[in-house]
Design a protein around this ligand. Sequence first.
Ligand code: A3P
Length: 294
Amino acid sequence: MEQEDAIRQGLGSLHGIPLFKSFIEGWPQVKAFQARPDDLLISTYPKSGTTWLSEIMDMIYHNGNAEKCRRDAIYNRVPFLEMKVFKGPSGVEQLENTPSPRLVKTHLPVQLLPTSFWEKDCKIIYMARNPKDVVISYYYFHLMAKVHPDPGTMAEFLENFMAGKVAYGSWYDHVRGWWEKKQEKKILYLFYEDMKKDPRQEVQKILQFLGKELSEETVERILHHTSFQEMKKNPAANYETMAFTFMDHSLSPFLRKGGGGFGRDVPGLYFSPPLWLQIFNVCEDLPPLFSCPQ
Ligand code: A3P
């Protein structure tokens, strides 16, 4: 596939999950990917705080040394497992050239995760975000990140999102699938909204999960470096270094609002009940965060 073909490409279907055709082309290598026991997997549905969690993890791995975490762009420091867009290294190739211990990013639904992650019993951190903020963030991301199909209007995009007809499919199936897997596997399941509300507490949860201790001062540095304001101006974290052909920041910045509310920036849509309520109607057996607002 040529570079131009990856721009505004259509979605294909990978075992029933809508995905970029270029990613599907690279699927055999992803499926056969050899995880290492000390890999740590960061898994999310798109637009759920992946980059935020990735920056936090890289800071933890580098004991709060912000300079070390500026060594490269986040998409090189934490390679994207199933990424394949054009000539140039795929996520798998990047990972093969990354020394251990590796941080690995994926958006794959749980049933598609390459089996070696389970066989090697790798640690996994999943982060979920409420669907209202996800869908709005995803819409703006479609505008600026041209690997996606044209999203159409917000209303059209919302319908597609609700129907699971966007890359990575149904948000609900994704958060639910990983939630269930947590009963049997080593998965730390976090929420974007909790991270927003009390990042110190969430970082402590991560440290405990990793069996790692850091001084108060180091944790403080991590929190500062990974705050929305700091990440927004950090070229190693804000995707500004990504080629313009792939991401046009003049249409929407990557770190856009970083809100933990319920997508109030599109009031017209927020209050068109049937669509939004449908999102919440399917969420009743998720944790309280996802239940219907009163
Ligand atoms: P918005 O579009 O709502 O601003 P992902 O990394 O999974 O693509 O998620 C991107 C979303 O996470 C964007 O949401 C982005 O602003 C938000 N985000 C990134 N870094 C953040 C931070 N340090 N604090 C809060 N939100 C952050």
